[in-house]
Design a binder for this molecule. Structure first.
Ligand code: ZN
Length: 264
């Protein structure tokens, strides 16, 4: 009799335990199921993430075209977007390394909304350690399929590197990162006297973009690996200050060599 009572208590206890665990798992399940609103929002964000590198670049080109023609939409900078991005976090499409020059704000130049571009700005769009870390965060952690290095005409930092005058404070360290680009262009001009002298500064600006891209590949195995896996496209561009037009340079002509030399 005592044995039967013990068995009954054991069965009762296991039944209670089973009911409690079932209830708990239902609760957890209910919490993990997104509301219809959440589903719509996730889908919207999901669509953004499924854009290819080329589609993202096309979006930037279209945004710059709208800006050039005075038809900027200024979309996705409203309260709704602010609340949405605060709730779900940022899912930017492009990481941009651009110059700090106050005349070239990327969000406006490309007519982009909140949480669409992850922007790193530094005079002369050079890639020091902190900039590189920020770029790696944008591309590897936030997963943007495009990294754009954006230079611009009449860049004061590039002009300072060309003049090579004595500079104050911490500036020599930053400008020193632009010197290799200037040196390359100077050598090119010595070899080819027929090159137009009035294009010299513009050529240095362009070469500085290429030089920054080369530095990024040289110093960041993370970025090189993402490019190898076709998860990321690294492109350069130069914005003309007067017209606002962005000249797209595309991928570095020697990208293949950088990838083969990159640390694995
Ligand atoms: Zn600049």
């Amino acid at each position: 009799m005592k044995k039967e009572i013990t068995e009954m208590i054991r069965i009762l206890a296991s039944t209670i335990l089973m009911v409690v665990s079932l209830f708990c798992s239902c609760e957890a399940f209910a919490q993990s199921v997104p509301s219809p609103y959440q589903l719509i929002e996730r889908q919207k964000q999901g669509n953004q993430r499924y854009l290819t590198s080329d589609q993202v670049i096309e979006r930037l080109k279209q945004g710059n075209q709208r800006y050039l023609t005075g038809l900027s939409e200024h979309k996705r900078i409203d309260v709704e977007r602010r609340v949405e991005t605060a709730k779900y976090g940022q899912k930017p499409l492009t990481t941009i390394l651009g110059c700090s020059d106050s005349r070239v704000p990327p969000e406006i130049v490309f007519d982009q909304g909140f949480a669409e571009v992850f922007v790193v700005r530094v005079a002369g769009n050079v890639s020091g350690e902190d900039q590189l870390a920020s770029i790696e965060y944008g591309t590897a952690y936030l997963g943007t399929p495009v990294l754009l290095v954006l230079g611009h005409s009449k860049c004061g930092a590039v002009e300072a590197a060309i003049l090579d005058e004595k500079l104050l404070g911490s500036l020599p360290c930053l400008i020193g990162k632009i010197h290799p680009a200037v040196k390359k262009v100077q050598e090119r001009y010595q070899r080819h006297p027929e090159l137009k002298q009035d294009m010299f500064v513009d050529e240095c600006v362009k070469e500085n973009v290429w030089n920054t891209i080369e530095e990024i590949f040289r110093k960041s195995p993370i970025i090189a690996e993402r490019v190898r896996k076709n998860e990321l496209k690294v492109v350069g561009a130069v914005r003309e200050i007067k017209t606002g037009k962005v000249e797209w340079l595309g991928e570095h002509p020697e990208q293949g060599r950088f990838l083969s030399q990159a640390i694995k």
